[in-house]
Design a protein around this ligand. Structure first.
Ligand code: FRU
Length: 497
């Protein structure tokens, strides 16, 4: 009987989503090839995994409202990281230990079963910053569809002794190394500095606290959320989302950041010896990235393509939030490179292509336009100081998003002040050119843009909310330069909701 009641929480949530979805008006801003919830709220990617030949992605989801609320886990899967299918909600708050939310977490396969490790949240008073109790819990599935919370839950009930905040303790990311499972948790010190806790376990059930693997000093935020540790080219990378880093020059202008440090994790002491912090994205909307490794050994990352407290105009259409495209991470010896996964080419339709074109002042190329497309170009700036692209532009030129490279300043600027409705602002990415060549791969969807710069050296991501008629693309320069190559593909729908 009790079991039936618990399952019914998931069923009620699924019904709510289906009902709401049926009544939704057409939403022009609905992404065509990015994951977004069928209806209502989405935030962090969770449980990103490759299981029985398919990629699974779960996400923080509020099925009953367009704002953040009691967290459930939404679920999608894909065979190729390009075309995705919605599945029923996987987790709903149903137990004492997760009564106010199944917060973020990860997935791992063990003995052929898919385990989800997540944070159970309980509010203990009215102040969400202080009055909370968080524990770590497991759910398991034999088919990657139906998940059952285990009876030993919670598997980690209390924070360890030491300079560790007793309640902010969440977002387990679990992996296997030699004979142990390890997990990292987001945490903060008692006086508000972000840090990461490292645990290990033989069986995923009994967890032993090893150490504070890393801790922020200086301008490094008051809390680190959503940690992720993985090994790439002989180094250990810690990806995390620090809250409350202050702006420094053109950096850190979003409310919260997401980036990485790398070095060596000593598994015997539980300490990560690491260098400085690098952003994973220089745009407006990128948070809580999570990675997985697939059967080809690739490290693939997806992030929430939004930002806390940002205006989300799609909420008027009864949905909110989207994920970035899946991005492959590689290491070039100095920094992580972030590239869109090559499978995204499965979405390509017609191609329009130009080579060795001269650009003076401002120019458009026939067929290069749209609101759901991929653009790839290489520019030889020669003596030009400025090269730029207007896109999602209307004919009146009152609405447009602008990307401009300034060679003196060595920076690329994404300007969404005239993008349409929704939040404006500019963001800058430091970009040095080799031989004056700038390579851009740009993914434009109905309400987003992702710019991959110089083969993944930098990325800029932003939500934009232009009108349906804003499909124009034109290029500009302050001096003659060469567009070595320009390709544009219309992209087909990768997910139906
Ligand atoms: C990050 C986060 C996580 C938490 C989740 C709740 O965006 O705050 O730390 O688990 O969202 O939805």
């Amino acid at each position: 009987m009790q079991h039936v009641e618990k399952r019914s929480k998931v069923n009620v949530a699924n019904q709510a989503i289906q009902e709401t979805y049926k009544q939704l008006p057409e939403s022009y801003w609905r992404p065509q090839f990015h994951i977004s919830p069928p209806a209502n709220w989405m935030n962090d990617p969770n449980g990103f995994s490759y299981y029985k030949g398919e990629y699974h992605l779960f996400y923080q989801h509020h099925p009953f409202g367009v704002e953040w609320g009691p967290m459930h886990w939404g679920h999608v899967k894909s065979k190729d990281l390009a075309v995705w299918e919605h599945l029923p909600i996987a987790l709903a708050p149903s137990e004492d230990y997760d009564q106010d939310g199944c917060f973020s977490g990860s997935a791992i396969e063990k003995d052929g079963k898919l385990y989800l490790m997540y944070t159970g949240n309980t509010w203990t008073g009215d102040n969400p910053d202080e009055d909370l109790y968080q524990v770590q819990a497991l759910a398991v599935s034999e088919d990657g569809l139906d998940f059952e919370k285990i009876s030993n839950n919670p598997v980690i009930s209390n924070t360890p002794e030491g300079d560790i905040h007793p309640f902010h303790f969440r977002d387990p990311k679990v992996w296997k190394h030699e004979d142990y499972y390890y997990c990292v948790l987001g945490s903060k010190t008692k006086n508000e500095k972000g840090q990461i806790l490292l645990y290990r376990s033989k069986d995923l059930l009994d967890w032993e606290f090893l150490n504070i693997a890393a801790k922020g000093e200086g301008n490094f935020g008051f809390m680190w959320e959503c940690p992720d540790i993985f090994r790439l080219n002989g180094y250990d990378f810690l990806v995390m989302s620090p809250q409350g880093v202050h702006p420094e020059g053109s950096l850190y202008h979003n409310l919260h950041q997401a980036g990485y440090v790398y070095g060596k994790l000593d598994y015997s002491t539980g300490k990560l010896d690491h260098g400085s912090f690098h952003l994973l994205d220089y745009g407006f909307d990128f948070y809580a990235p999570q990675t997985t490794i697939d059967e080809k050994g690739r490290r693939i990352m997806i992030a929430w393509m939004a930002m806390w407290e940002s205006e989300m105009p799609e909420q008027d259409n009864h949905w909110s939030g989207a994920m970035t495209v899946p991005r492959e991470l590689t290491f070039d010896g100095k920094q992580l490179l972030t590239k869109p996964v090559p499978e995204l080419s499965n979405l390509r339709m017609t191609c329009v292509e130009f080579d060795h074109e001269i650009l003076k002042e401002r120019k458009e190329w026939k067929g290069v336009e749209g609101d759901c497309l991929e653009l790839e170009l290489e520019v030889d700036l020669k003596d030009a100081n400025v090269f730029g692209i207007y896109f999602r532009a209307n004919e009146e030129e009152t609405e447009q998003t602008v990307l401009t490279y300034h060679s003196k300043e060595e920076e690329l600027v994404l300007d969404r002040n005239s993008s349409g409705v929704g939040p404006g602002g500019i963001r800058k990415a430091p970009v040095k050119l080799k031989n004056n060549k700038l390579h851009l791969q740009i993914f434009i969807d109905r309400s987003s843009v992702e710019v991959f710069i110089n083969h993944g050296e930098k990325v800029m991501t932003g939500r934009i909310y232009p009108g349906e008629n804003s499909k124009g693309i034109s290029f500009f320069a302050d001096k003659e330069l060469e567009l070595v190559s320009l390709k544009k593909w219309d992209l087909k729908k990768g997910i139906s909701v």
